[in-house]
Design a binder for this molecule. Structure first.
Ligand SMILES: CCCCCCCCCCCC(=O)SCCNC(=O)CCNC(=O)[C@H](O)C(C)(C)COP(=O)(O)OP(=O)(O)OC[C@H]1O[C@@H](n2cnc3c(N)ncnc32)[C@H](O)[C@@H]1OP(=O)(O)O
Length: 185
């Protein structure tokens, strides 16, 4: 396995306004496929802030998430990790960031009806680059591991690239965003 993080990094402190350990974290956007309650067959990840630079997420696999009969689709598992890793970056650093690279190792199948517990850890930062990794267990057995590079961005990134009607809807109803993030931390 290649060394991780792949470049020299520093380990940041938790943002002073990061949620305290054991705090249940709100959905970050009502229409997010990973965590939003408004998405009927979304993943509906639930997350809790952990100690240090960690966040624990839980994803319960339903019949809508199948790839093979009775088993979670690998792409949706990767999506769950994207969300869980992004939640760690967003809540612990309180800065907007997007996924630039995500790699997943699928070690065991994840059956419908089980809950994948995803423990994400912020490993280090180098400039705008944020390196995070996570392990997912089902009933105590490791099923999936993932590593990702997130890049911090200005809020302008979302305004410039998002569909205007969706941006407008959020501007009219900020409650669609679960929790604000610092624009100039
Ligand atoms: C409370 C709230 C909770 C919030 C909770 C939120 C949870 C959200 C979870 C879901 C998150 C998502 O899915 S986000 C959606 C999926 N991702 C995206 O749409 C991103 C699409 N890509 C882009 O927009 C762009 O490529 C960027 C922003 C990532 C980078 O573009 P840029 O800003 O021009 O920066 P750029 O110079 O290219 O890259 C910066 C540095 O990163 C490196 N870099 C960039 N991409 C890569 C890469 N794939 N692999 C290696 N390295 C890379 C570059 O070499 C450079 O290194 P150096 O020269 O500095 O050394």
């Amino acid at each position: 396995m290649n060394s991780w993080p792949p470049v020299e990094t520093t380990v940041p402190d938790r943002h002073p306004d990061a949620p305290a350990p054991d705090t249940e974290l709100p959905e970050h956007y009502a229409h997010c496929f990973g965590c939003g309650d408004s998405v009927e067959h979304g993943l509906r990840l639930r997350a809790t802030a952990g100690e240090g630079m960690t966040v624990r997420s839980r994803f319960t696999v339903t019949t809508e998430h199948q790839g093979a009969p009775g088993l979670a689709h690998g792409g949706l598992l990767a999506c769950a990790f994207d969300e869980a890793l992004g939640s760690a970056v967003g809540h612990l650093l309180r800065r907007p960031a997007v996924t630039a690279k995500l790699e997943t190792d699928f070690l065991r199948p994840v059956p419908v009806g089980t809950t994948l517990v995803i423990d994400a850890h912020l490993d280090g930062i180098a400039g705008r680059k944020v390196y995070v990794s996570a392990e997912g267990t089902v009933e105590g057995t490791t099923a999936v591991r993932a590593r990702a590079l997130f890049i911090t961005v200005d809020l302008k990134h979302f305004v410039d690239h998002g569909r205007p009607e969706d941006i407008r809807r959020v501007a009219e109803n900020p409650a669609l965003l679960g929790r604000s993030i610092d624009v100039n931390p």
